[in-house]
Design a protein. Structure first.
Length: 222
């Protein structure tokens, strides 16, 4: 009887082992096919191996409230100043708060600074001037007197014996005549001199800039 009971017990244990192994395999398969979803902060240490799709839900961090002294600090007033016109209202410029602890005797020093406005001059191009000579032509007329020679034949009555033989050949008289002609002659001459020089003029202009001045604001903290 006892051997039979031992055999049945061994068979039951074997079947139970087979069932546990099958369950583990099914769970492993289910885990491998199901995407991993993570929400909230996760801290991992050591090597981590992840297989399959992973969905991570990220949440915006909670709003950090400012300290009480930062909330109670007055905000600088808004100033609407036209461009090019200095403002007559002194605005508070926000600065970084640096707390300085007093020394052993309870004394502390605070240095106040200011800014000065200066003007830096720079020479830039203001254009240029181009001067060149242009030749213009025109026709002019000048009256001029021209001389020319003409001939005049005079007949003078005469008498007495002739001085040359009668009928001795044919006598000819050739008198050359002249006249003047006009030819234009162009002669250049200087009529004007152009001199170019630069002169310096001064124009007044208002240069506007915003300067800062540190002041002290004493506030008693309860």
């Amino acid at each position: 009887m006892q051997p039979l009971l031992a055999v049945l017990t061994a068979a039951s244990l074997s079947l139970l082992a087979v069932g546990c192994s099958t369950t583990r395999r099914m769970q492993s398969a289910t885990r491998a096919s199901t995407p991993l979803e993570v929400s909230g902060p996760v801290t991992l240490s050591g090597p981590v191996t992840v297989s399959g799709p992973v969905n991570v839900a990220w949440q915006e961090p909670a709003y950090v409230q400012e300290p009480a002294y930062a909330q109670a600090a007055p905000k600088p007033p808004a100033i609407d100043t036209p461009v090019g016109r200095p403002s007559a209202v002194r605005a508070r410029v926000p600065t970084t708060t640096v707390r300085q602890a007093p020394d052993a005797d309870g004394n502390a020093e605070l240095e106040l600074k200011t800014e000065d406005l200066t003007v830096q001059r720079a020479t830039v191009s203001n254009g240029s001037v181009l001067i060149r000579k242009v030749v213009e032509a025109k026709d002019i007329s000048i009256p001029v007197d021209l001389a020319r020679e003409e001939y005049v034949v005079e007949r003078i009555p005469a008498g007495g014996p002739p001085t040359t033989p009668f009928g001795d050949g044919q006598m000819e008289i050739n008198v050359p005549l002249t006249r003047q002609t006009a030819t234009p002659v162009i002669t250049p001459r200087v009529i004007e001199v152009i001199r170019i020089k630069k002169t310096l003029h001064t124009d007044q202009q208002n240069v506007t800039g915003r300067v800062r001045t540190e002041t002290v604001d004493v506030t008693k903290v309860q």
